[in-house]
Design a protein around this ligand. Sequence first.
Ligand code: GSH
Length: 222
Amino acid sequence: VKLYSYYRSTSSYRVRIVLNVKGIVYDYRAVNLAPTAMEQGEPGFDLVSPMRQIPVLEWQESGRTHRLTQSVAIVELLEEIHPEPALLPVDPLGRARVRQIVEIVNSGTQPLQNVRTLTMVREARGPEAASAWARDAIERGLSAVEVLARAHGGDFLAGDRLSFAEAFAIPQLYNARRFGVDVTPFEKLLEVDARCSRMEAFVRAHPDHQPDATARGHGGPP
Ligand SMILES: N[C@@H](CCC(=O)N[C@@H](CS)C(=O)NCC(=O)O)C(=O)O
């Protein structure tokens, strides 16, 4: 299995966490999304990923190359093929509560603060407005996750078991810090983040520990 990834791409970070939790060994294929490189725009990359985005999971089966994009689709496939350890509860409402957090991050937060959106806001309104826009989107999303985690969480965000909720919310919390969001009100999230940061699967998936991480990349947003 090969994962097209960029060290601080939060959507890739989600998939790295799930691959690690499930013990699936993968090859890391770096795609440099930095504004100076923009490798996602290279000719032919649309054949790998029609949206020219990462993550992309690639594998060989019966002599054919298969590829899948979209982190939600990828992790759902991994859950079905490698059911253990399970990252969705067995009861339907429990599963829906996990997916509720997944969607708050996946469709309600990350698209509002991705490179494309922020470039457009920056061009229309300037760099400070773009940073404020990103912080606002992240604060709104993580506040909702916090409310739900306080209501339904336990040792983890959607109960007492690790689930996709952490695979999505922890990378978004990483981005919150990167964009200078005050994360101190997110007490439940921080508690779960501390628990996850002691798990090897999360440590190995962290942006700082990817082969393409650079000292240059440890600063603020591009
Ligand atoms: N919904 C997609 C989002 C993918 C996405 O936004 N990827 C970003 C990195 S986190 C990307 O490739 N950005 C480059 C670009 O849009 O040009 C997923 O969950 O996989």
